[in-house]
Ligand binder design. Structure first.
Ligand code: TXA
Ligand code: MG
Length: 319
């Protein structure tokens, strides 16, 4: 294992996978190999577990995460398949392709996982050991690359140990990743397929199956997912650093500053809990009759940076 760090165990060892599945179901972080890069995994349906992904990566903003599942059937139980999605699944799943689909009603994927969006990103990885782990976990596993924010994506267990050995419960080792580059992300939730992130499955391969595939415009999904026009923003205005409640406003508290708050992101002032509840709370308070959501001050440190980034975007003038 890594010095002062998580144990590293072979992904081909069924007992190691059983332990990893148990840890994931309990809300812990587990790094695991896929054919593209190592993923920093957490239960995609557990908002606090997903918040811990962002904390572990020191990520300054919340972007939507990919949920990994063992089969296309499991994927299409979460996101609405379109004919194009069925075609791509038949040709490229399992494999280094992620599809963005509309959420099905009742989809259990946490709002933090999808950064508040009505769509979910789904992938069935090629690696048989990874799929065995996902089947055993029995729930979708959110997993960005297992590196700290701003660092290169890890393609060996040793890289993961260097980056995050002190922040995960277990590292599964599957040797070097054969692809070494993140999956292709294609958005099938709109009228035309759009390539959001290039990867091992090429645009030419997609177009051979689907016909024309639009490219995401420069500077959107890849450079700044939080700026996407489709990114979730409440209908109501958002007022930051609020200490009072004005007529027509709902009050979103942090650390119990007001007794009459509509919701408290974390009564005890815990930023992981606040991140976990942020998108669900904005949705809950963004209801008819509410002209603005007043938000209590959120501290800047740790996950506070990502929470404040999201709130500033929600509060910015709409174009
Ligand atoms: O190869 C990979 O895909 C690796 C391994 C571990 O599987 N995972 C990975 O995950 O790169 P992540 O969560 O970092 O990738 C997120 C990408 C971003 O480009 C994000 O903007 C896009 O997927 N994405 C996720 N959900 C989306 C959504 N609902 N709408 C649009 N884009 C989405
Ligand atoms: Mg990454």
């Amino acid at each position: 294992s890594a010095p002062n760090g998580a144990p590293i165990r072979p992904v081909d060892d069924p007992q190691a996978r059983a332990e990893a599945a148990r840890l994931l179901r309990a809300g812990a972080l587990v790094a695991f190999p896929t054919e593209t890069v190592y993923g920093l995994g957490a239960d995609a349906t557990d908002e606090e577990a997903v918040a811990r992904i962002f904390a572990a990566k020191d990520r300054p903003r919340f972007n939507p995460l990919i949920s990994h599942v063992p089969t296309a059937e499991a994927a299409f139980a979460l996101g609405e398949p379109t004919p194009a999605a069925e075609t791509l699944a038949a040709a490229h799943w399992p494999g280094p392709l992620t599809m963005v689909l509309r959420r099905r009603p009742g989809c259990p994927i946490a709002w933090l996982t999808s950064a508040g969006l009505e769509t979910v990103a789904l992938r069935v990885p090629e690696s048989a050991a990874a799929r065995a782990l996902l089947a055993e976990a029995g729930r979708p596993i959110a997993a960005p690359s297992a590196n700290r924010s701003g660092r290169v994506s890890p393609t060996t267990a040793a890289h993961v140990a260097e980056e995050l050995g002190d922040r995960v419960a277990l590292i599964l080792d599957g040797g070097p990743c054969p692809v070494g580059l993140e999956s292709t992300v294609v958005d099938l939730s709109g009228t035309r397929p759009r390539l959001l992130r290039p990867g091992a499955v090429t645009r030419e391969q997609l177009e051979a199956l689907l016909g024309p595939v639009e490219l995401a415009a420069a500077g959107d999904a890849i450079a700044a997912p939080g700026m996407l026009a489709s990114h979730y923003a409440p209908r109501a205005a958002v007022r930051l650093d609020a200490t009072d409640r004005r007529p027509g406003e709902a009050f979103l508290d942090f650390g119990t500053t007001r007794a009459d708050a509509d919701f408290d992101l974390s009564p005890s002032g815990d930023l992981v809990a606040a991140a976990a509840h942020l998108f669900a709370a904005l949705r809950r308070l963004d209801r008819p009759g509410v002209t603005a959501i007043a938000v209590a001050p959120i501290p800047a440190g740790g996950l506070g940076a990502a929470i404040n980034d999201r709130l500033r975007r929600a509060a910015a003038p709409r174009g």
